[in-house]
Design a protein around this ligand. Sequence first.
Ligand code: CP
Length: 305
Amino acid sequence: MTKSTQKLITLDGMRRDALETLIDSAVRFLAPGTTTEHRNRLAGEAVALLFCEPSTRTRVSFELAARRLGADVAALNENISSRTKGETLSDTLATLAAMDVRVVIVRHAEDGIMTRLAAKLAPGMALVCAGEGTRNHPTQGLLDVMTIRRHRPNLSNLSVAIIGDIAHSRVARSTARALDTLGVGELRLVGPPAFLPRDNEMPGRPINNFENGIRNADVVIALRIQHERMNGNECPDLETYRHEFGLNASRLETLAGKETLLMHPGPVNWGVELDPDLHGWPNNLINEQVHNGVAMRMAVLDWLV
Ligand code: CP
């Protein structure tokens, strides 16, 4: 996050104290009564949502966060916006700036686009990345570490396993970066070779064996297979993948233990990366992640504006 230029596009390079400030702020937004107290923080400010890829959690939670802080919210529908008539994204930003939009929240499939858009921001306008290609999903990384810390405050004692299609996952990159900056004890990146990241491209130790990857993990973060970011033959056979790397309650309890926190950024493909029997896992935090997402996005908007 760079406050001088008012943008949050990546957690790479973000300092530990900045991450902790945002997490502490988000936790305060969770407390009953703060929504009322902060109702006018963004009063008179306009926030625009520009999602060029599908979303449920991120889009709705940013909209709720902005409204709970008193902002006016304009949600563009990519399919009926002037983008369908050839308008470039930078022209769309300039158009929003001309209407005094203060914050624009963008999701886009193209790696690197946020940096290019940030270079074209009108003075006083803030840009927030709501998911960029395979590289960045900073608010998801923040809400993930916030969720872990509420259950296990001392990250330096924890072993965290991220399992699944890490190669194509912006969530894995942002969450791994946040965990690393906050001093997590051990970070494992677990999946078949085709789903593991290139050497040293992100924090964490790649492990291509399911049992070794999950054994004694305190936190397991599962990911879906991101078919939309793959070409042709990249995806393994789904049944083979489910058999070798799918999680179920019995495997999780036997290898990691009943206390293990289970997380997933969503959407979940039940029956592939997670067996439906994990709905009942005692430390299933998937809905809590979504809940915390609103508070974290309130913290980010409050900080930027
Ligand atoms: N975790 C996440 O980004 O979910 P959505 O695609 O529903 O926003």
